[in-house]
Design a binder for this molecule. Structure first.
Ligand SMILES: C[S@@+](CC[C@H](N)C(=O)[O-])C[C@H]1O[C@@H](n2cnc3c(N)ncnc32)[C@H](O)[C@@H]1O
Length: 248
């Protein structure tokens, strides 16, 4: 088995190359529409953003974002979900992306300037130690990233920490049916497979981090290698006593 340091180094190198080359497996219009984005919203973004899209669902479409909300995207890559979230929350709201790969953050910042977004921010940092204050965001989203994080419990406990009471988590990710054994393959880590865990274990890690009403709300129709599939999961941080649940 590989050390956490080694896995992260390989993942960083893989996504650093992708940011520089500007072409991912999944950043074409057909694939992006298949995983849940609408043609109209994609048309508002540039090829610099779309070409490095590497998601496996569309959490931003399912997050029911409201104007004025603050949204945090874990592993924001080239920024596709940050830009779409920023359009939904408007100028009274804000969308923040965190990513550990420097070249991705630089690419996303350059796109923000080019596209004229003023309500977005891209931070270099790790999901396991988020550079974000406690209880400061309304919604945490993430797209095909947590499978790449060796310590998933830490990732979800950080997401819980930064959410305001009553806030929600909407995460698309690759999971497995039953236990699969690809853990010894470093290239498969970077390719979003070796770090994937069993579906029910994934839901349990989220619930153990403190989230309530944790459930799968969508399945992606995109075929993955046998035994793997991608889901979008939602969970809530309980509101303060005396407040009401805002989600459905
Ligand atoms: C498969 S890409 C997805 C990017 C983006 N969410 C999208 O939909 O296009 C995974 C991204 O997660 C980032 N990442 C992986 N592990 C991370 C970690 N522990 N902390 C921060 N970013 C991480 C990578 O640098 C990469 O940009």
């Amino acid at each position: 088995m590989f050390s956490i340091k080694k896995i992260k180094q390989v993942v960083k190198e893989h996504y650093g190359r992708l940011a520089q080359q500007g072409k991912s497996c999944c950043g074409n219009a057909g694939h992006l529409e298949l995983i849940g984005y609408s043609k109209e919203e994609l048309a508002k973004l540039s090829d610099d953003v779309l070409n490095v899209g590497a998601g496996c669902g569309s959490p931003v479409t399912l997050a029911e974002l409201r104007e004025g909300e603050v949204v945090l995207d874990l592993g924001s890559g080239g920024g596709i979900d940050v830009f779409l979230a920023a359009q939904r929350v408007g100028l009274r709201g804000r969308a923040i992306g965190v990513d550990m790969t420097e070249a991705m953050v630089e690419r996303a910042r350059a796109s923000a300037t080019k596209l004229g977004f003023t309500n977005v921010e891209f931070l270099l940092g790790e999901i396991e130690t988020l550079p974000i204050a406690d209880a400061s965001v309304d919604v945490v989203i993430s797209n095909c990233v947590i499978n790449l994080v060796p310590d998933k419990a830490k990732a979800f406990s950080e997401a819980f920490r930064v959410l305001k009471p009553g806030g929600r988590l909407i995460v698309s990710d690759i999971v497995t049916r039953g236990k699969l054994a690809l853990k010894g393959d470093l290239a498969a880590w970077a390719g979003c497979l070796a770090g994937a865990v069993e579906d029910r274990e994934y839901l349990k890690i989220i619930a153990d981090a403190g989230f309530e009403r944790v459930e799968i709300i969508a399945h992606s129709p995109v075929p993955e290698p046998e035994g793997f599939y991608s889901v979008t999961v939602r969970g809530y941080k309980k509101p303060d006593a005396g407040s009401i649940w805002l989600g459905r």
